[in-house]
Design a protein around this ligand. Structure first.
Ligand SMILES: [Zn+2]
Length: 236
């Protein structure tokens, strides 16, 4: 587990990461995403490190950025072992509740052309259905002092989460990627044009730090790196 900023911690789960937000006033931590299936033990061990000894459950809430199996894959297992409430956007909640089918995964033509289909398959693999307790909309205040931002394009109901402290921390899920240290769009998107508009909209926000589903944390004037990337994408 890597401390990111303030209450936010990164939990590496192989090629994808989850995030834990330490709770306030004796509350258990908030989990953002759950990785691929079978990662519940790693997640619960990390959560117990942050949970107060008196907490009734190691995780109080799970915020799901989107319905792909590499982000919601261990959701059902985490919920089965905690009393966490699950939050997701209604458009992706439908997939999480049913287990599929997943939205289309169109490879980015210029980005990692070879890897697009591979990651598309991982994202679209079978998802164990899970309950969604709270449907989240753009601007919704979230547990852990976060705010939800609807960031469609990677999936229709994709959410990012913003924490306002320490210059702003943006947890972008797959609305942006930093795979192999390279900032850009995800390798697959359900609607590539919308994904581009979402990336540009995120770049207009003020945030010092960006946390990705795939790739290392971007620290220090992270939004400036997003803005440079937007100019680069527009110039192509
Ligand atoms: Zn995804």
């Amino acid at each position: 587990m890597e401390h990111v900023a303030g209450p936010i911690h990164r939990v590496p789960l192989g090629f994808v990461a989850a995030y834990l937000v330490r709770g306030q006033d004796g509350e258990p931590p908030v989990l953002i995403d759950t990785g691929i299936p079978g990662r519940e033990n790693v997640i619960l061990a990390a959560a117990r490190e942050l949970a107060p000894a008196t907490a009734r459950t190691p995780i109080g809430h799970v915020l799901v950025t989107h319905c792909h199996t590499d982000h919601a894959g261990s959701l059902a297992a985490v919920v089965a072992r905690t009393s966490a409430r699950v939050h997701a956007h209604p458009l992706d909640a439908a997939v999480i509740r049913s287990g599929g089918p997943q939205p289309p995964a169109i490879p980015e033509p210029r980005l990692l052309r070879m890897l697009g289909p591979l990651f598309g398959r991982i994202g679209r693999a079978e998802l164990e259905p899970a309950a969604v307790d709270v449907e989240v909309h753009d601007g919704s205040p979230m547990p852990g002092g976060l705010r939800a931002i609807h960031t469609p394009g990677h999936t229709p109901g994709h959410l990012s989460f913003f924490w306002p402290g320490d210059g702003g921390v943006l947890v972008v899920g797959d609305a942006a990627s930093r795979m192999f240290g390279r900032l850009g769009l995800a390798v697959v998107n359900s609607d590539p044009a919308t994904a581009r508009r979402t990336f540009a909209r995120l770049a207009e926000l003020e945030f010092a730090t960006a946390c990705f589903g795939h790739g290392p944390v971007l620290r220090g004037r992270a939004n400036a790196a997003f803005r440079r990337r937007v100019e680069h994408l527009a110039a192509r």
